[in-house]
Design a protein around this ligand. Sequence first.
Ligand SMILES: [Zn+2]
Length: 111
Amino acid sequence: MRARLALGRHIAERGQPVAALDLLFESLAHNPHGLTVHQAIWRVLLQVGLDRSLVQRYVESARDAVFFLDPHVCIKCHYRSTELLWQCPHCHEWNSFVEERIAPAKEAIEM
Ligand SMILES: [Zn+2]
C-alpha cells in the first residue's frame, strides 16, 4: 500500500490527477485509517479544483472506513481506553498500554 501511495503521489505530480486518484482510492480501501492517504487524496482533489464527482468518489470510498474509538489496549488484561494511560485502571499494571494496530476496514467487516 506504501508503493501505491508513493506511485499515486508521483502520478499526481506529473499532472495526471485522475489516474493518481484511482491508485489513491485503491490505497484508501486497504488502509482507510492512513491519514497520509487522506491527505494525498485531498491534495489531488484541490489540484483538480475539487471536481464534484471526484469528491463524491472520495466520500463514498471513505464512508466504509472503520475507526476504533478506543485504540489503546492493556497488554495484561486487555482493558481498552481512548487515551494512552500510564497505569491500567482495571489491573493496575504500570506502562502496560500499547496502541493496537488497526486492521483495514475490509478485514474488519469480515470479522
Ligand atoms: Zn490492565
